[in-house]
Design a protein around this ligand. Structure first.
Ligand code: RP5
Length: 164
């Protein structure tokens, strides 16, 4: 049986999906239930609003929003939910991701987005940060996280085994 939904990942375009591979792999490695959706804040604002409500009702605890260019998706997510939102600015435009970084990181007070690095490195860290947030109330996950950190400190080739 697949684990129940905990992390809802949304990106603005199908063209964003390759950059998110490390995020999906890392969520799997932690044994976290996740799903990914392509919903553009600019092109499908009503669908985004409905999805957030529905994902919350199904148990999502953290949202990850990833987008490029004028990346308003993570900020819009943060306006639609009180759950933690992690933003991943993606590159690909003429400004190399700086446009998306500024759009994601410069949120007004009271509407926070935890902003990751640009591109696939940030996508992977989005999964690690989601795990740290969820580990606050999940002792098994906290133990997996500590093993990962110990391996990383030891310089080992890091693999997270959700069954360990
Ligand atoms: C953003 O515009 C998307 O997140 C994507 O990074 C970028 C380009 O989208 P497409 O034109 O490839 O659909 O909203």
């Amino acid at each position: 049986m697949s684990p129940s939904l905990r992390v809802a990942v949304i990106c603005g375009s199908r063209s964003d999906l390759p950059a998110l591979r490390g995020c999906f792999e890392t969520l799997d490695a932690y044994g976290l239930g996740w799903e990914a959706s392509v919903i553009s804040a600019h092109r499908q604002p009503e669908a985004l609003r409905s999805y957030v409500r529905e994902a919350e009702a199904r148990g999502a605890q953290v949202f990850v929003g990833a987008a490029g260019l004028a990346a308003h998706l993570p900020g819009t997510l943060a306006s639609l939910t009180a759950l933690p939102v992690i933003g991943v600015p993606l590159d690909g435009g003429a400004l190399g991701g700086a446009d998306a970084l500024y759009a994601v990181v410069q949120m007004p007070p009271g509407v926070p987005v935890a902003t990751m690095a640009i591109g696939s490195a940030g996508a992977k860290n989005a999964a690690h940060l989601a795990a740290r947030i969820l580990a606050l109330a999940d002792a098994d996950l906290a133990a997996r996280l500590e093993r990962f950190r110990a391996d990383q400190a030891a310089g080992a080739e890091v693999a997270i085994d959700p069954r360990a």
